[in-house]
Design a protein around this ligand. Structure first.
Ligand SMILES: C[S@@+](CC[C@H](N)C(=O)[O-])C[C@H]1O[C@@H](n2cnc3c(N)ncnc32)[C@H](O)[C@@H]1O
Length: 239
């Protein structure tokens, strides 16, 4: 398990530079975050890498040789972690709205998961293979209204859930970031219909003040689900 002590030396900002209060707060948090420092040292592109390490340490769904779909992959920390575990014979496909600097041995697709063509691109990339694990660290762009951000993300995840019926192998796992806000229980209830074991986990590296937590669904039972179209358009435009 990866645990870190708080940095003892508190970093301060150059008081002469003009910054907005929120960018000042963000910078201070980054400067004094032990996971940010550790990511730089370990060569990870994001502190988020440690969340996947911690979740996988506990639930052990990524193994050598696995085929992984990583949704919301930029800048690539989770892809780096997944690739290191699956090794040469495994497969990691990362998808994001944003460009990702290439990662050796990882296939990267650029696009919006809400877009049907992107879903077909993912299916084509897996060819006739099924995924062992679908990961989603997607965070729909925040509008600042907590309830709306929460519902947008839940709709996005509902579409990932429908998509899993096309790509995830029986027995496979689905791991997704959710934001607390009330309706995460609905997703949990849906997942419980078609996964043998469903639970929530907040890894130690997830900031305490953040409303994020992760849903861990294991033991996929596709026969328990009905009517899951790849074209199911769940879109954040409705909000
Ligand atoms: C918190 S970051 C992911 C960090 C990543 N797991 C890592 O380890 O580096 C969330 C990402 O989700 C992506 N995202 C949000 N909505 C998306 C969508 N509809 N389709 C694809 N990517 C999306 C964002 O562009 C952003 O890069």
């Amino acid at each position: 398990m990866t645990t870190f002590k708080k940095t003892e030396k508190i970093q301060k900002l150059d008081s002469k530079k003009k910054r907005t209060a929120s960018s000042r707060q963000w910078l201070l948090r980054q400067l004094n975050d032990p996971y940010v420092a550790r990511a730089r040292k370990d060569g990870y592109r994001s502190r988020a890498a440690y969340k996947l390490i911690e979740i996988n340490d506990k639930y052990k769904f990524i193994k050598k040789g696995c085929r992984i779909l990583d949704l919301g992959a930029a800048p690539g920390g989770w892809c780096q972690v997944a690739k290191a575990i699956v090794g040469q014979n495994g497969l990691v496909i990362g998808v994001d709205l944003q460009d990702i600097i290439p990662i050796t041995g990882v296939t990267l697709l650029k696009g919006d998961f809400n877009d049907e063509t992107v879903r077909h691109m993912i299916m084509d990339t897996f060819a006739d293979e099924k995924a062992d694990v679908i990961l989603s660290d997607m965070a729909a762009s925040a509008c600042g209204m907590t309830d709306v951000d929460h519902i947008r993300l839940m709709l996005l995840l509902e579409s990932v859930y429908h998509f899993s019926f096309h790509l995830l192998r029986p027995g496979g796992s689905f791991i997704a970031k959710v934001l607390r806000g009330g309706t995460e229980k609905d997703l949990l209830a849906q997942l419980k219909q078609s996964f043998a074991k469903v639970t929530h986990f907040k890894p130690p590296s997830s900031r305490q003040e953040s409303s994020e937590l992760y849903v861990i669904a294991q033991g996929f039972r596709p026969e328990k689900g009905v009517n899951h179209s790849i074209t199911s358009t769940i879109t954040s435009d409705i909000l």
